[in-house]
Ligand binder design. Structure first.
Ligand code: ADP
Ligand code: MG
Length: 302
């Protein structure tokens, strides 16, 4: 039996245990990956504020910082966790030991640049990691905040989840890069549900116009369905909140940006995306497989 088969068997066994033991009758959280083509377009602000909104609606939400270059979810929340994913990968800590409660009612898993070593773990380390990460299955929703661009790891996270939110701004460069990442997702896996968020708009007209443009070209040229999850106004409260290290959705819930987050949150709640419910371990296992495949086929865009 090769490594992949062993992992699969262990996961199947676990899945059965979960199915039998769970009160919820559900085998894991909804996993939503937040990505973009261009950097600095607002992914981390969207991930954290959206998570807080979902938590206020009664959901158990975890934000996982999967940005290998600029891990900063914890900074936006003013937290300095002692340990992060790197320590879990190295077998020094368990997920339960590093998952951090925040005053905002969400839990976070701090990231680290060492996360890029995820795919280089040996078989036993991978097994331990996959087993440990199942502890996240208590969550209703896991938001995976990734880095920008068409790199192997970002793509692998997107493909391992079945919902991806792509963030863009109205800038032509951001739009082109958003189209680029959507195209790459489509060339690999057509059944991932893609939703677009247009950040930093001056008017609702601009938000709708940009979204319609991206959605139309994706449909015409790529034959892909991209959903419109909404827009976020350009609002000084965002940079103010980053400086204060307090998410704007809790700092100023009535602000223009917060009201947009609320709309996005409600729309996301209503989306009827068929869930594979493979659990968080299944998500990480798929990540390993996609990552390995990308490396093997030499599609290294980094
Ligand atoms: N809606 C907005 N209005 C004003 N400034 C924004 C808005 N969204 C993002 N920004 C600015 O862009 C910066 C980068 O946002 P961030 O969420 O860290 O982007 P990413 O995670 O994509 O790199 C923020 O620190 C903030 O200054
Ligand atoms: Mg970020």
């Amino acid at each position: 039996m090769d490594q992949a088969e062993t992992l699969l068997r262990i996961m199947k066994e676990r899945q059965t245990e979960v199915n039998h033991g769970s009160q919820k009758g559900n085998t894991g959280p909804r996993i939503i990956t937040v990505s973009s083509g261009k950097g600095g377009v607002g992914k981390t602000n969207l991930s954290t504020n959206l998570a807080i909104c979902l938590a206020q609606m009664g959901k158990e939400v975890v934000v996982m910082d999967a940005d290998l270059g600029l891990a900063n979810v914890n900074i936006m929340l003013g937290m300095i966790p002692k340990y992060n994913l790197y320590n879990v990968l190295k077998g020094q800590k368990t997920i339960s030991e590093i998952i951090t409660d925040t005053p905002e009612g969400i839990k976070i898993i701090a990231g680290a640049s060492g996360f890029s070593q995820l795919a280089d773990l040996n078989h036993e380390q991978k097994l331990n990691f996959v087993k440990d990460i199942e502890k996240l299955d208590f969550a209703d929703i896991v938001i995976v905040d990734t880095g920008a661009g068409i790199s192997d790891n970002v793509l692998s996270f997107i493909m391992a989840s079945n919902e991806a939110i792509i963030v863009t701004t109205p800038e032509p460069t951001a739009i082109t890069d958003a189209y680029g990442i959507i195209k790459t997702i489509g060339s690999k896996k057509k059944d991932v549900d893609i939703q677009l968020v247009v950040n930093r708009v001056q008017s609702s007209f601009e938000g709708k116009k940009v979204a319609e443009r991206v959605i139309k070209i994706a449909s015409q040229f790529l034959n892909m369905n991209v959903g419109n999850l909404g827009f976020i106004f350009e609002d000084p409260v965002v940079s103010k909140s980053v400086i204060m290290q307090r998410p704007f959705y809790s700092m100023d819930p009535k602000s223009k940006a917060s009201r947009c987050i609320k709309d996005i949150c409600l729309r996301l709640e209503q989306l009827d995306v068929p869930q594979k419910k493979k659990g968080f371990a299944g998500f990480i296992n798929s990540f390993f497989n996609y990552y390995k495949d990308q490396k093997n086929t030499g599609l290294d865009h980094e």
